[in-house]
Design a protein around this ligand. Structure first.
Ligand code: HAM
Length: 409
């Protein structure tokens, strides 16, 4: 029979990789909890309309990459990202009534029908944070700090924070017009995607990867518009304030005026954190402010900002971590006593196993040294005295203790 294989762009996360995943998840809980964030878990599928309205129907994500299906006349979509779902839940559960800021964090799988390549999958995992209710730049600084702190807690320091401000809808509209005016003469030479973006979402012209388009955008008159400061006074002072907080916090960043992000909901602050060790898919984190999204999805007017990180990309930077060993392996030819002791230890929270096939004593000891930190030896002598012999399998040290006094870590 033909073998059924894992789907293109998806991966099994195998037991030997789990230590890294547990580490990323544990650190997320530790770091984000220290900032007062609470975990939220929203469904993996939502109404298609949530993403069309939330992420934006001019984006690649909504236009080309969604896993959409019909059930009972409803159009449903596997979440391509989690900001829209968290916002939906925030509104539906009346979280605007909670005292601001409301800080939520999440982890879980996302789905995008993209061309798979190193660092880009069709099912991938994100860990992310969304902070609601604060319009001041303090929240922007706090969110960027949360991302940087989390990466530090993972031991990842060799990363660059790129920062930009997209302004507000008003000043951005003027910028879009100026950009279109200066690019219009080259319109017939642009790639097909850019021709569509020109009408629908001119800001996205800036992050086109086609070398021909890039050459056009590097022309002096176009660069003058891109590199010029277009944001209004209010947006500009918000951005300056953010930068001064980041300076005080010692967070290094680079201004990248080409950073526009691939989702429509952003205004003002946008940021990405990039690694030099990841090839072309080098962004480990992307985020920004989205002050209109809650209102656009039917909620009260609530400013918000957040980020998400690709966990597969983090995992590939973290490399391998030792597989977790059992704490104890019971070595005994008395299966009934071994079963009892195994249960006693498990109830004390000590991970342990015994030999289910009652192999020879020496074989059991060999197995113990492969899978656990300690061999807990239960010979007839120990059983009669109510004792156990504990062998540390790293140092070969051996001690005998009363069974009820056995402590292992
Ligand atoms: P995003 O930039 O689309 O933003 O994704 C965030 C991160 O998810 C990326 O930097 C990357 O590490 C990872 N990622 C995205 N697509 C893939 C893929 N196909 N394969 C592997 N990793 C991937 C968002 O999703 C926004 N919701 C972030 C946000 C939260 N903004 C505000 N709040």
């Amino acid at each position: 029979m033909a073998m059924i294989k894992v789907q293109k762009g998806t991966k099994d996360i195998l037991p030997n990789e789990m230590p890294i995943w547990h580490f990323m998840e544990k650190k997320a809980e530790e770091v984000f909890t220290a900032y007062g964030a609470k975990e939220i878990r929203t469904p993996i599928f939502e109404a298609t309309e949530l993403f069309a309205r939330g992420v934006g129907d001019t984006t690649d994500i909504v236009n080309k990459e969604m896993y959409t299906f019909e059930k009972s006349d409803r159009s449903l979509t596997l979440r391509p990202e989690n900001t829209a779902g968290v916002v939906r839940s925030f509104i539906e559960n009346g979280m605007h009534r909670l005292s601001a800021p409301v800080k939520l964090w999440y982890k879980g799988p996302m789905f995008r029908y993209e061309r798979p390549q190193a660092g880009r999958q069709r099912q991938f995992h994100q860990v992310g944070v969304e902070v609601f209710g604060i319009k001041q730049a303090t929240a922007d600084a706090e969110v960027i700090l949360m991302a940087v702190d989390y990466l530090k807690a993972l031991g990842l320091n060799d990363l660059t924070v790129e920062l930009n401000s997209l302004g507000c809808p008003k000043c951005r509209e003027e910028f879009k017009q100026r950009l279109k005016d200066v690019i219009r003469p080259y319109l017939p030479q642009l790639c097909e995607d850019c021709q569509t973006r020109f009408e629908k979402n001119p800001l996205r012209l800036l992050d086109c990867k086609s070398p021909e388009c890039q050459e056009i955008y590097s022309k002096p008159e176009i660069q003058a518009v891109i590199q010029g400061d277009f944001i209004c006074e209010e947006c500009s002072s918000h951005f300056e304030e953010l930068k001064s907080y980041l300076d005080v916090l010692g967070i290094k960043y680079e201004r990248n005026k080409l950073l526009v992000r691939g989702l429509d909901y952003y205004n003002r602050t946008v940021f990405e954190i990039k690694s030099n060790n990841l090839g072309s898919q080098n962004a480990v984190c992307g985020g920004g402010r989205y002050d209109s999204l809650v209102k656009n999805l039917g909620g009260e007017d609530t400013p918000a900002i957040g980020f998400a990180m690709g966990m597969e990309r983090l995992a590939s930077l973290l490399g391998e971590k030792q597989e977790e060993r059992l704490t104890a392996y019971i070595v005994s030819n008395n299966t009934l006593e071994a079963v009892k002791l195994t249960q006693e230890l498990r109830q004390k929270g000590i991970s342990c196993e015994f030999d289910l096939t009652n192999k020879k004593f020496v074989k059991q000891l060999e197995k113990a040294s492969k899978v656990s930190k300690y061999a807990v030896i239960l010979g007839e002598d120990e059983i009669s005295k109510g004792e156990v012999t504990v062998k540390n399998l790293d140092t070969s040290e051996q001690t005998t203790v009363k069974r009820e006094e056995l402590k292992l870590s």
